[in-house]
Design a protein around this ligand. Structure first.
Ligand code: SF4
Length: 516
């Protein structure tokens, strides 16, 4: 019985930016007796069903965006006589759909870390059940990834998770409902150990692939103090301290290492945290700006963000602290007007953010927005190819609509074109060259231009274009650019790299404290 793990994707680029962590975590959770899993990441190359033999187990992880392709993979694997097991956010939300469309023999809901070895045992014994609930694994029990199985020269960045869950409740996001609002922070030693393993292999850029790297804000601490809630205050203070401990350890890693994370804008008001990020070489952060207007922020339940000039000041605070921002903006909110596109493009430029992504409002399953839309909006019942829009992920990508409900003042095409225009403006060669002055050498500036162009090809043209020829052209260009860009990110491997002194001390203390 061999074990396969597949990350489905409609587009393959030959080279990928970030290592898909879940594949290597499940490989880490696979008991040794089954051998090393055969890993297929379709963002690199399409899955080859011929590698599957009767009796094998094929694990497929899906989110809404790749569910349809995942179902194709499931059917192919099933035809070859394999036991097919689905997991991931979309499988957690729609286990029955996964059984029907993906021919799943078993579906996992929740985290896979602990339940995966049990599934394999059951496959071996012939007692595989239809459903397994992995629950929410505590931070100190997250399984470490098996980076020794990474293919050579295919990825630009390593990825390590330091915390799951997010205390916020944005209406367009499913993270707080699927991963929970309680931050589950992983032990510092385990995080650093994985990063060391990646640097030994030559990865010097690491994505801290967290839901929210800043789970405790100064406002949270002040609220706990005001409420005279010592228990809560103690918990929050300990969580915050652990973030600082982690950043202190990151600072001790080889000084060519660079980290990138996801964070809420509130961190801009925490100079101590920003200073620690700088020392830790966390040089970039994805910040969900979402909307540049107060009405837009209210519409997505993101009142903790700022709008207008206050927003510019907050974003500039990151830049001043040496943290480059990848700002994420949403278009198509009911409060958006025709002028919102130019307003956003102008603000993105003025605020000094380094990269930006502009997406159209999409009701993702598991979110408050989706539930409201599916229940109340007539457009959710409209059929495309016989599929109701409320199950739009079952429509092939080329025919899938980009806008999901009628906008009060704009047509769907106006929103799509407006979004495309803002991408074009932000990523015009002259604007990119101007922004590239944030790095010093000519080589670094050229690298900056290349990466900006790659980002645009991979995410803008393949994401919002309606024309499949344009998508195919972009994927082809991205293939070439990605191969070039990878060389700019990786470094010489450091097989002899030892873990930081503090970490080893920490482990010794942990050993002394842990019961024999
Ligand atoms: S969008 Fe970000 S801040 Fe909001 S709930 Fe999701 S992870 Fe948390």
């Amino acid at each position: 019985m061999r074990v396969h793990l597949v990350n489905p994707s409609d587009l393959s680029f030959g080279t990928a930016v970030i290592t898909p962590r879940w594949l290597y975590v499940l490989a880490g959770a696979t008991p040794e007796k089954y051998g090393a899993p055969i890993i297929a990441d379709e963002t690199l190359e399409p899955f080859d069903a011929q590698t599957v033999e009767v009796g094998d187990v094929v694990g497929i992880g899906i989110h809404t965006g790749n569910a349809l392709r995942g179902y194709q993979v499931g059917r192919l694997a099933h035809e070859r006589g394999a036991r097919v097991v689905f997991g991931g956010i979309h499988a957690t939300l729609y286990p029955d759909e996964v059984r029907t469309h993906g021919q799943a023999d078993a579906v996992v809901t929740g985290d896979g870390d602990f339940v995966w070895p049990r599934i394999l045992e059951d496959c071996e014994r012939g007692t595989l059940g239809p459903s397994y609930d992995g629950g929410r694994v505590e931070g100190d029990s997250f399984v470490s990834a098996r980076w020794d199985l990474l293919p050579v020269n295919r990825y630009m960045w390593g990825s390590v998770q330091t915390v799951r869950g997010c205390p916020k409740h944005c209406s367009f996001c499913s993270v707080w409902r699927t991963d929970g609002q309680k931050p589950r922070q992983r032990g510092v030693s385990e995080v650093v150990r994985e990063i060391v393993a990646l640097r030994r292999k030559g990865f010097r850029f690491i994505a801290l692939a967290d839901d929210n790297f800043y789970p405790v804000t100064l406002a949270d601490l002040a609220a706990a103090r005001r409420r005279s809630d010592p228990g809560r205050l103690e918990t929050l203070t300990a969580l915050r301290q652990e973030r600082f401990d982690l950043m202190e350890q990151l600072a001790d890693l080889p000084d060519d290492m660079v980290f990138f994370t996801q964070i809420t804008m509130e961190a801009a008001e925490d100079p101590q945290f920003l200073a620690a990020m700088r020392r830790a070489r966390i040089r970039g952060a994805l910040v969900g700006v979402e909307s540049v207007t107060p009405e837009g922020l209210k519409a997505v339940h993101k009142g903790f963000n700022d709008a207008g000039d206050a927003l510019v000041t907050r974003l500039q605070a990151f830049r001043t602290a040496g943290v480059h921002v990848l700002g994420s903006f949403i278009f198509g909110l009911p409060t958006d007007k025709r002028e919102t596109f130019d307003l956003t493009a102008e603000l993105a430029q003025r605020s000094g953010i380094t990269f930006a992504q502009f997406v159209t409002l999409t009701p993702f399953p598991g979110t408050v927005d989706f539930e409201k839309w599916a229940k109340e909006d007539e457009s959710a019942a409209i059929e495309v190819n016989g599929v109701p829009l409320s199950q739009y992920w079952l429509v092939p990508p080329a025919e899938r609509p980009k806008i999901f409900s009628p906008h009060p003042t704009m047509t769907a095409e106006e929103i799509r074109q407006g979004t495309q225009r803002v991408w074009d403006r932000f990523y015009s060669t002259s604007a990119i060259w101007q922004r590239s002055s944030c790095v010093e050498s000519l080589r670094a500036r050229v690298a900056f231009v290349l990466i900006s162009k790659l980002y645009r090809q991979m995410y803008a043209n393949t994401g919002i274009a309606t024309d499949s020829a344009r998508v195919a052209r972009s994927a082809k260009r991205a293939r070439v650019l990605a191969k070039l860009a990878r060389r700019l990110f990786v470094a010489e491997p450091m097989p002899e790299l030892v873990e930081p002194e503090g970490l080893r001390e920490r482990s010794k203390v942990a050993q002394r404290l842990s019961p024999a």
